[in-house]
Design a protein around this ligand. Structure first.
Ligand code: TRP
Ligand code: ZN
Length: 858
């Protein structure tokens, strides 16, 4: 049972705070169990409101003293904050509180990780540090003084520019930091510890010198070079593409082992999950490098989209996150291959955002209510939020997008803004009315787009119908503006109409193309121009034709994927055999050496099992996880056999001789080699994988070989050798945990996971380790959904155990149950029982309570 009835917060109830903050002075005296925080905050009445209620957020704080303008006050204190009488004139509030960083396992507020102090304040963690109006529309200039033992904590960091260090007592020292840019409390950060800097510098376009440093624990300093290069590239890119320069004397990044998410954009002091920053060729894979580059860029880009212009309230989260994800995707497309990036993003969208949008957790890109804001850092807010910006850019064009962004930065620099402010700059730039477009922000769910075609006297007509299923947050859906990129191909494969954007605004709308000699084949939704499900009853001949001829790289890949989806679904539901159009079509693409290896590697991929279960459910059938697993195994085996002459050549030709570089070119080749190896291993029982494992001199090759061996139910020895080799490297041992579970036969996955949770290295309080184990288990689709409920039971036990320790990470992992309504009655019953068991826990966190409550009330 939850302790108290949860309160729901609504967007419509927004009201400004009664006071503005001019200045904040904080003094930290660090101690593992009794840190003292003194604050001195200059408030003044907010001219925007007459409400002078003086409530400061504060949780888990021990109040030592408080004063207004120097006179002691005794505020009324509850578990959520303090209230006291305050003047209707400028005044200074002072307080001293005590907090216990060592006891903070939730990793929100000030906590300790491996002997270092660090903070995580977004979204509402600052209230666990001191009493403060902890809301993003209250922005102040912070000065921070940190005092700590000199030997244990030689490095003391906070936001902004350093203003000196010193000592005023034996064995202790202090540092002062001043951040001249007004900021909300969620961007506050503090780090203290025994850390080593990997240093560099950057000169901005206007000639400002910036000191750069990545701070890590001793022993990790050789794993920073790649992230540093990524940072410098990001700084240059933001200057060149968005005209945005960095604005402080220093930019610091700190790597932390215990962290709930990927990274955090605190002003001038980004804090990163060590998995999102540390990399060397021996310990990180190509995919790790690519992810690090993207996350470094993402956090850096937040300096403008998030920090200089922030959110008025947390309902506006997509204002900074959708835009920053969009910007980091543009960056990756520029640094690497644009089509490959687009395809990977769509795979991710379908894998994470579509299930969310089509299930009980569905919510608009800008939600209108929540209980716990941490539960809304979702694929919908981030990834669909980025898609919405992509559509806006398609609709207004590149030039208008650039002008609108310039206006956005000019008009709103230093402000806390809303989606209305964002859309207004586009309206003012283009003269367009964006009120219909705005539905992308307010309506939940994935629109489905069906297509009918007609051909008469040289005129080709495409008629589209959009439908958005009603949902709890969107009971009465209205038509949205959908940019549909299309191209038309003639029967010989020539493009008769190049990519054209159709702007759909009605529920049903037709578009005609005149003067065509023969009936064309349409290539619809090129570049995935809108986040919708395209319902097109195409036959496999048409898909095979597009797979062979489409000039749009996304849609060419998509044609192969649609063939795979159709054949897998027929195999899993009707016992069909693998479709030759798919096997022949893929083989033909693989033979085409003019195609980028990374692109060919993507062609070898297949829809994931959970993704397939979703398609089967959408087609009105009940997915059987075991049959889906068997269908994908069978299809992989068939593809391996069908391509058996081709695979050895692909594998050999993709070999990289040059010294390891994690760039797009080399990693594309390795991706193709590894896709080929995984099929080859189905033919040779893992013989070549074992050879690759022996010779591997980088983690990409080592790990892909080990994965192939495990899938072939081999590799016992290699698995042990891998552990022995990497025992001391946390991030590599995370991979060791994950790999065994991901590659486990589904009938054994629960047992494998159970055994791993008994391993001495299973530090379940570390989010990375927990995710590598239980998170990986949720990804073993047929294993998690085992018919006897063993998978649900295992997951539930662990979620219940983790919840009191780390509610944020627990709540995120509850999404494993979000698709429960897709499955048969027995499985639904088992999942309902599991969720009710979670719901029945004494003292269940608000985070987990909200998630399970929403999923159950489907
Ligand atoms: N704002 C961060 C980002 O997207 C993510 C974030 C939000 C976060 N809340 C967090 C990170 C809590 C760690 C912990 O870049
Ligand atoms: Zn972000």
């Amino acid at each position: 049972m939850r302790d108290a009835a949860p309160t729901t917060i609504y967007l419509k109830d927004y009201a400004p705070f009664g006071y503005c903050v001019d200045n904040v002075e904080l003094e930290f005296t660090l101690h593992p169990t009794a840190t003292r925080v003194k604050s001195r905050i200059a408030f003044r009445p907010n001219p925007e409101t007459t409400d002078r209620t003086f409530f400061l957020h504060g949780e888990q704080l021990k109040l030592i003293s408080a004063a207004i303008d120097g006179a002691p006050v005794t505020p009324e204190v509850t578990d959520t904050g303090l209230t006291c009488d305050a003047p209707d004139a400028p005044f200074t509030f002072e307080a001293e509180v005590e907090i216990n960083p060592q006891a903070n396992t939730a990793l929100e507020g000030l906590y300790m990780s491996n002997g270092m102090y660090c903070t995580q304040c977004e979204a509402e963690g600052f209230r666990k540090i001191t009493y403060y109006p902890d809301r993003p529309d209250v922005m102040g200039v912070f000065t921070v003084r940190i005092t700590a033992p000199q030997d244990e904590m030689p490095v003391l960091l906070s936001n902004g520019n350093p203003e000196g260090m010193g000592s005023d007592a034996p064995d202790t020292h202090y540092a002062v930091w001043h951040d001249p840019w007004p900021k909300p409390a969620y961007l506050f950060a503090l780090v203290a510890g025994h850390l080593i800097a990997h240093e560099d510098s950057f000169t901005t376009a206007s000639g400002k010198h910036v000191k750069l440093a990545i701070w890590v624990r001793p022993g990790d300093e050789h794993k920073c070079a790649f992230a540093m290069e990524a940072l410098k590239k990001s700084m240059t890119w933001d200057e060149e593409v968005y005209g945005r320069e960095y604005d402080l004397d220093e930019f610091n990044i700190v790597a932390v082992d215990d962290f709930n998410m990927g990274a955090m954009e605190n002003k001038g002091l980004n804090i990163f999950n060590s998995s999102a920053v540390l990399a060397s060729p021996e310990t990180a894979t190509d995919l790790n490098f690519e992810r690090i580059e993207a996350i470094v860029a993402h956090e850096y880009f937040h300096n403008w989209t998030g920090n200089r212009i922030t959110c008025r309230d947390w309902f506006q989260l997509c204002l900074k996150e959708g835009l920053t994800v969009y910007r980091d995707a543009q960056f990756t497309a520029d640094m690497r291959s644009a089509p490959v990036k687009r395809i990977n993003d769509v795979i991710d969208l379908r894998g994470r955002q579509f299930p969310e949008d089509q299930g009980p957790l569905s919510h608009p890109v800008r939600p209108e209510s929540f209980q716990e804001i941490n539960n809304f850092y979702t694929a919908t807010v981030y990834e669909k939020g980025a898609e919405v910006i992509g559509m806006l850019k398609r609709l207004v064009g590149d030039e208008a997008y650039k002008k609108a962004l310039d206006l956005y930065f000019d008009r709103h620099d230093g402000q806390a803004c809303t989606i209305e402010d964002w859309l207004k700059v586009f309206e003012d730039t283009t003269g367009r009315d964006l009120s219909q477009f705005k539905r992308w922000y307010s309506q939940a769910g994935t629109p489905r787009l069906s297509v009918a075609e007609a051909w008469e006297d040289g005129t080709y007509t495409l008629t589209f119908t959009q439908t958005l299923p009603p949902s709890a947050t969107t009971p009465d859906p209205q038509p949205q503006v959908i940019p549909i990129n299309i191209g038309l191909l003639s029967p010989n494969g020539d493009e008769v109409v190049p990519t054209t954007m159709l702007e759909m605004t009605e529920a049903t709308q037709s578009f005609t193309f005149d003067g065509l000699a023969t009936k064309p084949t349409p290539s619809i939704l090129r570049d995935f121009s809108a986040p919708v499900v395209l319902d097109r009853e195409a036959d496999s001949a048409e898909r095979a034709f597009l797979l062979a001829h489409d000039t749009d790289p996304f849609n060419r890949w998509e044609a192969g994927r649609a063939l795979a989806r159709a054949t897998l679904s027929a195999m899993a539901t009707e016992g069909a055999t693998p479709e030759t159009a798919y096997l022949d079509g893929i083989a033909a693409v693989l033979r085409d050496d003019s195609l980028d290896p990374a692109y060919r590697a993507l062609m070898l991929g297949m829809p994931g099992q959970s993704d397939l279960a979703g398609s089967i459910a959408q087609a009105g059938m009940t997915p059987d996880p075991m049959k889906i697993w068997q269908a994908s195994e069978t299809l992989k085996q068939a593809l391996a056999q069908h391509c058996q002459d081709l695979l050895p050549r692909l594998y050999a030709e993709s070999h990289v001789d040059a010294p390891y570089r994690p760039d797009a070119e080399q990693s594309g080749k390795r991706a193709l080699a590894s896709a080929a190896l995984s099929l080859l291993s189905r033919l040779d029982g893992g013989a070549q994988a074992a050879q690759q494992y022996q010779k591997a001199d980088n983690m990409t090759l080592q790990l892909s070989a080990l994965g192939c061996l495990l899938s072939a139910e081999a590799g016992e020895e290699e698995l042990q050798a891998f552990y022995d080799q990497w025992q001391a490297d946390r991030l590599v041992i995370d991979k060791w945990f994950m790999l065994q579970i991901v590659h486990a036969d589904p009938t054994k996955a629960a047992a494998v996971t159970q055994t791993l949770t008994e391993h001495p290295d299973f530090n379940w309080k570390n989010p990375n380790r927990f995710r590598s184990t239980l998170g990986a288990f949720a990804m073993n689709h047929a294993g998690f959904h085992a018919a006897d409920g063993s998978g649900y039971g295992l997951m539930t036990d662990w979620l219940i155990k983790l919840d009191p320790v780390n509610p944020q990470t627990t709540a995120r992992m509850c999404s494993a149950f979000q698709t429960w309504k897709r499955y048969d009655g027995d499985r639904q019953g088992l999942m309902r029982d599991a969720m009710e068991r979670i719901m029945g826990q004494q003292g269940l966190s608000r985070d987990t309570g909200e998630m399970i409550g929403r999923i159950l009330n489907a």
